[in-house]
Design a protein around this ligand. Sequence first.
Ligand SMILES: Nc1ncnc2c1ncn2[C@@H]1O[C@H](COP(=O)(O)OP(=O)(O)O)[C@@H](O)[C@H]1O
Ligand SMILES: O=c1ccn([C@@H]2O[C@H](COP(=O)(O)OP(=O)(O)O)[C@@H](O)[C@H]2O)c(=O)[nH]1
Length: 241
Amino acid sequence: MSAGPGAAWGVPGLPGTVVVKVSGKHINPEKPNMVKGYAEVFRSLHREGYRLAVVVGGGPVARAYIAAAREAGVNRALQDVLGIEAARLNARLLAAALHPEAYPEPPRSIWEALEAAATGKIVIAGGFQPGQSTAGVAALLAEALNADLLVLATTVDGVYTADPRRSPEAKLIPRLDYETLRKVLQQSVEPGRYELLDPLALSIVERSKIPVRVVNGSDPDNVARVVRGSDVGSLIATTKQ
Ligand SMILES: Nc1ncnc2c1ncn2[C@@H]1O[C@H](COP(=O)(O)OP(=O)(O)O)[C@@H](O)[C@H]1O
Ligand SMILES: O=c1ccn([C@@H]2O[C@H](COP(=O)(O)OP(=O)(O)O)[C@@H](O)[C@H]2O)c(=O)[nH]1
């Protein structure tokens, strides 16, 4: 059995419990090959003994519904609800590709997620409630499951000194603490525009000192690499570790 994520920081034993949030830009109906690639990664990690919970974002479909709702004068809470359902549908797509190893029903709450995790199957969630993003769902799941690692498979190579899409001079930060993370994120709470970690996700990972890896999710193997202990992307952890 592999050493697991803890080995990367001197925590013996494992494989452990890992929560992975995959951007909805990578798992959605327009990208069947990515759905297949992620299903293969999660299937092999599960067979290696890792306890896995996956959260899938809403991606382009969520943003299409949110934009339409905004144009139609719908309030932000209900815009978020549409994004939640889009994320849940993406989660169902991945669960179908992982059948029968995945729990068939995406949980709507932490309690439902714990019940699903108790079956030993891979739990796959979408959104939970308005005012947060799927990164918030992933952080809450990581805390509730005492996860050893939270992986954010996103659209950039890691955490930068500023938004790399807006600041070409932004530099990748391979290792940072929670305080630095708070400084370099915008912390938007606009439906469809929560970025990387929303305020809820940030506060949860900080209060429970959950190690977070931010990797580029355009290659599903990056997730397998960091779960097995490789140093890819950015690591967010307390400096004391
Ligand atoms: N300091 C930062 N480091 C990296 N990305 C950042 C930072 N600040 C803002 N971002 C933005 O956050 C985006 C990732 O968040 P988001 O679009 O919500 O991704 P996801 O689809 O994984 O949820 C990046 O594409 C980047 O433009
Ligand atoms: O628990 C949740 C999860 C998602 N969302 C909404 O659904 C959208 C899509 O989720 P997210 O932005 O996390 O997806 P991704 O950025 O991965 O496409 C978010 O922007 C929110 O508007 C929400 O309100 N609550």
